[in-house]
Design a protein around this ligand. Structure first.
Ligand code: HEC
Length: 237
């Protein structure tokens, strides 16, 4: 028999006793017995929270850091970094060898060569400006030893000099400047030309042969010159 046809179902007075176990599934058939909040067996179910588990939103700085990292990764991949010259090395690009660059950049005139040699060997003490340091390193600018006769200057560089010296009216201590004889006559001539002409010094050029002559003449000397030696050379010419 179809349960809907059961007359008992339609009798609200006994349906509970007869079909108690079916009351809820069959409630649509007996609206009066549908779940009611005032029923004696009604149990209110606690509300289940629908708030999802807490997810911290990603901090803004993380987006920024990732953005910057991606930018640099991308730009270096694309060869956009400054100074790398990626595009110059492509197939068919101009092949500039390092030798060509060195030859083009290397100066040949005595003043440029002398300046490089001075800055590499002398500027530590006498300064790039040629001003020296008061009390310890005498100046090149306006110095009577630099601008005096070339033989004296060549002798100072070939054998060194021991203070005290008076240069341009200033007193310098007992420091010793070691000899520069390990530099070639050409290099020493370039240095001498440079310090005699630079900084408005107004001296004249020194030739390698001038240095060679002094090197030969003083070949037996092995100690630095002192002030009294230089005084004799000053007046020699
Ligand atoms: C380590 C320091 C030092 C270096 C480097 C040096 N000198 Fe000197 N130089 C001295 C000292 C010290 C004196 C003597 C000063 C004294 O009376 O004590 C001197 C004296 C001189 C003098 C005579 C005094 C004058 O001022 O005119 C000349 C010229 C000179 N040096 C040139 C050179 C040149 C050129 C070079 C490079 C090739 C050079 N010096 C490198 C320390 C140095």
């Amino acid at each position: 028999m179809n349960p809907q046809d059961d007359p008992a179902l339609h009798d609200p007075t006994n349906v509970h006793d007869t079909y108690g176990h079916e009351v809820r599934p069959a409630a649509f058939l007996a609206p009066d017995l549908a779940v009611r909040s005032d029923a004696s067996d009604f149990v209110e179910m606690p509300d289940v929270s629908t708030v999802p588990p807490q997810h911290e939103p990603l901090p803004v700085w993380l987006y920024v850091v990732c953005g910057i990292a991606l930018f640099f990764a991308g730009s270096s991949y694309a060869g956009l970094e400054l100074g790398e010259g990626y595009y110059d090395q492509g197939m068919g690009g101009p092949a500039v060898s390092h030798e060509d660059v060195a030859q083009a950049a290397a100066p040949t005139d005595p003043m440029s060569l002398g300046k490089q040699l001075y800055q590499g060997n002398c500027a530590n003490c006498h300064q790039a400006s040629g001003a020296g340091q008061p009390g310890s390193y005498p100046p090149m600018v306006g110095s009577e030893y630099v601008l005096g006769n070339k033989e004296m200057l060549a002798a100072i560089l070939l054998d060194g000099v021991q203070g005290p010296l008076t240069v341009k009216g200033g007193q310098y201590g007992t420091n010793v400047m070691p000899a520069w004889a390990n530099l070639s006559d050409e290099k020493l001539a370039d240095i001498m030309t440079y310090i005699r002409k630079a900084w408005g010094n107004g001296g004249d050029e020194v030739k390698p042969a001038d240095v060679t002559a002094v090197r030969t003449k003083d070949a037996s000397r092995s100690s630095p010159w002192v002030s009294s030696d230089l005084d004799k050379m000053k007046s020699a010419k």
